[in-house]
Design a protein around this ligand. Structure first.
Ligand code: CMX
Ligand code: CO
Length: 146
């Protein structure tokens, strides 16, 4: 089951300037930032709201780290803007298998590492009416009681 909008991915040329726009205009602060070398991005997660499944919804601001990254290629073609949407699920493996069975291309054989230790995969935009779609299972929240 897909239970929330996990994030909306927004591609930008300058992460710091874009973060500042979201802070100054809406008051959104950076919840988490990291570099994901495999995906070729430097990213900032801005938490917008908690969700009823125990997760949260974010904006994911993305700046490419190298010219051959998917986001660099997309920016060169389209300029800045909404790059993908991501749905949250408790079980990305089961969702990916189910959706693959419906004839939609799932881009990875096995989910890969995403933001904050999550596991992610992508559906091909050409099979999703033009929307690059990501599926996310968040890492378990660390409990301070352990
Ligand atoms: N949204 C909608 N359509 C897209 C798209 C996007 N983000 N990216 C590419 N497309 C379309 C292109 O417009 C193109 O359409 P046409 O053939 O009609 O021109 C088609 O898909 C092929 O595009 P391409 O530019 O040739 O790009 P590639 O096929 O090399 O790559 C894709 C496309 C989806 C396979 C690649 O972007 C990918 O693997 N994406 C998943 C990984 C990713 O995006 N990582 C960054 C984010 C990381 C994160 O969220 O944590
Ligand atoms: Co994403």
């Amino acid at each position: 089951m897909l239970t929330r909008i996990d994030h909306i991915g927004i591609a930008c040329f300058d992460l710091d300037k874009t973060v500042e726009f979201y802070r100054a205009t809406y008051g959104f602060e950076v919840f988490h930032s990291e570099v994901n070398e495999e995906q070729g991005v430097r990213e900032a997660m801005l938490k917008i709201n908690d969700t009823s499944d125990g997760g949260a919804s974010y904006l994911q601001l993305l700046e490419p780290t190298r010219e051959d990254s998917t986001v660099a290629k997309w920016l060169a073609k389209n300029g800045e803007g909404v790059h993908h949407i991501a749905f949250g699920t408790a079980d990305v493996d089961a969702e990916a298998a189910d959706i693959r069975g419906k004839g939609v291309r799932v881009l990875y054989e096995e989910p890969r590492r995403g933001s904050m230790g999550s596991r992610i995969t992508f559906l091909h935009p050409k099979d999703c009416h033009g929307v690059l779609t990501e599926l996310v299972t968040s890492a378990p929240v660390e409990s301070s009681e352990h």
